[in-house]
Ligand binder design. Structure first.
Ligand SMILES: O=C1O[C@H](COP(=O)(O)O)[C@@H](O)[C@H](O)[C@H]1O
Length: 266
């Protein structure tokens, strides 16, 4: 690892020499959290995102993780989903299924994706209902400071604009505090219709990992972590502040290149 350390309230920073190193560190981290959750609660409730994240999780499909992880105990959710058919190339479910879920022995009934045959609003409501049932049976934990679900791990990517899940800069959904899952029909990044976890749910998780790579995201990483720039207070990535959970940033060197105080030797 090129660098690792804590940055005040912005969590732990893990800056990797290259993508291969990041992929190994991320697989180790997820495998360790899975083992700890299964030991403590008997299950592991994990929420995925779409985009580059799934490719970066690829090592989990390989030895030793494919054999050592207790896949049967995993309950899978999505922190955000595009409201398209499950076989559409924009679907975050399809991305995860093709890149991960079809390659490891996950129990199909533990995979909780959205209903893709209803409106975005209905899909968000139904998804929240599903999560509510799983909170009741404690397959998903519950926050002890709010009634929010407490996922064992929420994995987030970040766009160059600082968006996380489908929470975009300056969008009114950033202020949503009543619902666990909400919807948008005007995403600035296509496709327009999406459902997304709200900030209270993200910030109630036991662990949140921000997995961000590439130079195009360096400015937003700088704003989110160093608290720089006029838009900073409302930058979605900056608003990821788990109340009791642990936040870790998995970065490669290009994504970390604009951070204050980090200098890399060639
Ligand atoms: O649209 C989305 O974008 C973000 C970031 O994607 P990336 O390819 O730049 O990593 C992703 O985290 C989110 O799940 C997705 O719906």
């Amino acid at each position: 690892m090129a660098l690792s350390g804590d940055n005040n309230d912005r969590g732990e920073l893990r800056i990797h020499e290259n993508l291969d190193e990041l992929r190994t560190d991320l697989a180790d981290y997820i495998a360790e959290l899975s083992e700890a959750a299964v030991k403590e609660r008997g299950v592991f409730a994990i929420a995925l995102s779409g985009g580059s994240l799934i490719g970066l999780m690829g090592k989990l499909c390989e030895a030793p993780y494919n054999k050592t992880v207790d896949w049967a105990k995993w309950y899978i959710f999505w922190a955000d989903e595009r409201v398209v058919a499950k076989n559409h190339s924009d679907s975050n479910y399809k991305l995860a299924k093709d890149g991960l879920l079809s390659k490891v022995p996950i129990v199909p009934s533990h995979v909780h994706s959205i209903n893709d045959s209803v409106s975005a609003e209905e899909a968000a409501d139904e998804y929240m209902f599903v999560i509510r049932q799983l909170v009741k049976t404690r397959m998903v934990g519950v926050s002890d400071i709010s009634d929010c679900p407490k996922f064992d791990l929420i994995l987030l990517g970040m766009g160059p604009d600082g968006h996380i899940a489908s929470l975009f800069p300056n969008h009114s959904v950033l202020d949503e505090t009543d619902e666990w899952v909400t919807f948008i029909t005007d995403s600035p990044k296509p496709p327009p219709e999406r459902i997304t976890f709200t900030l209270p749910v993200i910030n109630s998780a036991s662990n949140v990992a921000m997995v961000v790579t590439g130079e195009s995201k360096a400015e937003a990483v700088h704003s989110a972590i160093d608290n720089i720039g006029p838009d900073c207070p409302s930058l979605p990535a900056r608003l990821v502040q788990p109340s009791k959970g642990k936040l870790i940033w998995f970065l490669d060197k290009p994504a970390a290149s604009k951070l204050d105080g980090f200098q890399f030797s060639e």
